[in-house]
Design a protein around this ligand. Sequence first.
Ligand code: ZN
Length: 497
Amino acid sequence: MGALGDLREYVREIGELHGATALAAWDQRTHMPDKGAEARAKVLGRLERMAFERTISDRMGELLARAEAEAQGASVVDQALVREWKRRYTRYKAVPPDFYQKFVETCTRAEVVWEKAKAASDFPMFRPHLAEVVDMVRELARFIGYKDSPYNALVEEFEPGMTADKLRQVLGGLREELVPFLKELTDRGRPPEPLPPGKFPVESQRALCREALQAIGYDFAAGRLDDSVHPFTIGIGPGDTRVTNRYREDDPLPALFGALHEGGHALYDQGIAPELAWSGLDGGASFGIHESQSRFWENQIGRSLAFWRFFRSKVVRRFRSLAKLTAEDFWRAANHAQPGFIRVDADEVTYNLHICLRFELELDLIEGRLKVEDLPEQWNRAMKDYLGIVPPDDRRGVLQDVHWSGGSFGYFPSYTLGNLYAAQFTHAAIQDIPEFWDLAISSNFTPILSWLREKIHRHGRVYLPEDLARAVTGQGLSPRPFLQYVKEKYRAVYDLA
Ligand code: ZN
């Protein structure tokens, strides 16, 4: 076997360890009893450390050096294999394994406390844990090394090639267009009617979500749907990509869009070419590209009039109190631009403003301009500035998201990148499939899913995010298609067209 084959064999074990880690993490967030938390933190720390040590081992260094020579003139996949593992090797070589293991343990513990603190709306309970996580993340950035800002070392983990400067530019530009647009809608538009109030049993909502997942092509023989505090998708290995969701008894829409969102992530994973299994290329091109797939199904499809033309009857069959509503009524209700406290419930006009706020705060934390103890106050100030509202408690403010407790600084911008890429991909798909919306109305998503599989899913992490976007749409990251799409749709919903 040549060097490339040796490398492939060597990284397989890392992939399998990640599979075990993922299963333990999935269980932690869905079924684990409270008292199992401390032991689970140890187990996760140990597993992560084993994978980590293998990633930065001297053996890996030798294999990469040999494989690099062999990769010249090899297949695109083999070249990507070397590129991706060299990236991880170089990035983490400077991080001591003891530090890394402690970091994983600290985050696992912090996440458990966050869940309790959020339920009790008790920021002081969470504060020391978050402070410890922030300190360790800043130290991590120092170990990895960076140019200009420690944030650049962190965001690279989620979006290769992205920087704080570029994000400031993209997010700032969006804010400049979206704040006045929101004002145009609220001042001059006719706001949509919300769904009539009612009680929507969780059991029926779960069944409806299963139907939605089936409609878009999620393979239940290769996955499952469970409950969790914060919805997520997790790949355990080939043939096992799981989604979770949460439910509100007074409104069936958040769970439905949660299911479509996580379903979009899962379709990406389920569509990765089998020959990439266990290679390290069997994931999304980046978190932003991954998010584009969840946004595609949640927003571009799920919040379209075409979707509601066929999905209305499925909702009404389970919830008779909504029988009077037309497809247009559902579509309008699903596209209500309204400043709210909760990011995951936000509409497409205000959503990116939630991201601007988180990006600016986390940049300040990482660059050392903001102390954790001042975070709730600064959060509320930014909410007032961008959305004109102040959360009544920290549960609906600074404690609402899991990311920081898990040490995922630099993650939030992926959501906005996903919104932008989703609009770019939809634009390209409509060019390639002129009957796109007719297919959606007849709930025949197979040709659309096939297009995504062919253009995006099957490649996994073989291409870098900007290169993939360029190959699929003819250009790199651009906010234009998103702004055009969101303005066109919301003007139609608000009778401003
Ligand atoms: Zn997502």
